[in-house]
Design a protein around this ligand. Structure first.
Ligand code: SAH
Length: 397
């Protein structure tokens, strides 16, 4: 494993804030002030760039056009800036050589182009790379690049922390501070894309499986997905985008109506309400029957097969009886089950199911006609479980 700090040549002005400033001691104020239950929407993030500048990354083409219209500039400037930001992954307005000098200067003075700044990275022996990015208000998020033989996949974080409280997950230990903005999500992908482009490669798929519950950040997540798919944005086919949710039923129903041909993954993890409510507390609000019904409706509305993720944790949810109950539950679902050998999280006493038991569990599903895959582990020699790098660096508050 290789770990290195990025050069401080990439400034993160917020990290230099005095200790008593709000930027230096971010607290989960948003979550506390907002008397909502886990599973409700959290307020959208409004995160100005350093110095209060307008954050340009994350704006859609119509939004950019509107900005340039109010500046008295022709609309095609929006297309040019969009191409620089996403396709060419420019890091400064100065690079945008086909814009008039005066406009570049105005952009530099009033707008910011980068929403995340790299702090550290870890590279595992299989090439899995985990980035810790600083945000303009002093928070930090993790992003993971997973090189597969079919292409490069990027795992994106949608919230600063998480308040879902799943018992096996490191991301949720410090609670949630706030939602990520569209720009912060898209810039995680742009940063990795820039690094890959230098090697003649590109990002071929995106999974919303980093920290956070994407359906609590609904509007920004949908805008982010549309920017990924936009040919003037990242141009990643929507079929190569996966959103993972712990089971926010109203969000699933809303998403089904968006006409986005993405893949929906549902973190199931347990085959009974009794066990699932212990492992994934939001199950107390949206129980299994309701969740599975929303899954069936999603599949029939979108004609897309769902994925049910099932982490295997030693002596918790990995018995052969659990496998049989799960197989029964999957009857009538247009779905496949993805078994995930748990990444151990020492703080949570989570241990991995032994390989032989993983295979026996999978066999029971197979024998009962349930499509099943076992997730290949990646990055096991780095802090691979969600939220672990951020915690270890003391950036989860
Ligand atoms: N909130 C969303 C997305 C974030 S979690 C959700 O729950 O789906 C993304 C995936 O990582 C989920 O399937 C989650 O259960 C899994 N995960 C969390 N902790 C893990 C661990 N210790 N080992 C393996 N997978 C884990």
């Amino acid at each position: 494993m290789l770990e290195m700090d990025f050069q401080t040549s990439v400034p993160n002005p917020a990290s230099a804030a005095p200790p008593d400033s709000p930027a230096a001691s971010p607290t989960p104020a948003v979550a506390r002030a907002h008397k909502s239950l886990p599973g409700d929407s959290l307020p959208p993030a409004v995160v100005p760039g350093p110095g209060g500048k307008l954050q340009l990354k994350g704006l859609s083409l119509p939004e950019l056009k509107e900005l340039f219209r109010t500046w008295g500039e022709p609309e095609y400037r929006a297309v040019q800036v969009m191409e620089w930001m996403y396709q060419r992954a420019a890091r400064s307005f100065g690079d945008m050589t086909n814009l008039p000098k005066g406009l570049r200067q105005r952009l530099e003075e009033t707008c910011s182009i980068e929403a995340v700044s790299p702090e550290t990275r870890q590279v595992a022996s299989d090439g899995t790379t985990k980035y810790l990015f600083g945000l303009a208000d002093g928070h930090a998020v993790e992003t993971v690049l997973m090189p597969h033989d079919y292409g490069n996949s990027v795992c994106v974080t949608s919230q600063v922390g998480c308040r879902m409280g799943c018992v096996f997950c490191a991301s949720t230990l410090g609670g949630v501070a706030r939602n990520c903005s569209v720009g912060e999500m898209v810039d995680q992908v742009v940063f990795v894309q820039r690094e890959l482009a230098a090697k003649g490669e590109h990002v071929s798929s995106v999974v919303l499986m980093g920290s956070g519950e994407p359906l609590e950040n609904y509007e920004a997540v949908v805008a982010f997905i549309r920017l990924l798919g936009d040919p003037r944005g990242l141009g990643i086919g929507l079929r190569h985008i996966t959103l993972s949710t712990c089971g926010i039923v109203p969000g699933i129903r809303r998403l089904a109506a968006e006409d986005l041909p993405i893949t929906l993954a549902v973190s199931l993890h347990a085959p009974t309400d009794e066990l699932r409510s212990r492992m994934v507390p939001v199950n107390r609000r949206f129980a299994l029957a309701e969740l599975l019904e929303a899954g069936r409706d999603y599949a029939s509305q979108t004609r897309r097969r769902l994925t049910f993720e099932y982490i295997l944790i030693k002596d918790l949810n990995d018995s052969l009886e659990d496998a049989r109950t799960l197989a029964h539950l999957m009857k009538g679902q247009l779905a496949h089950v993805n078994l995930i050998p748990a990444n151990p999280v020492p703080e949570r006493g989570v241990e991995r199911t032994p390989q032989a038991q993983v295979e026996a569990f999978a066999r029971i599903l197979e024998e009962r006609g349930v499509p099943v895959t076992v997730r290949r582990e990646m990055g096991t020699d780095i802090d691979a479980a969600c939220g672990q790098l951020r915690r270890r660096r003391g950036r989860d508050r």
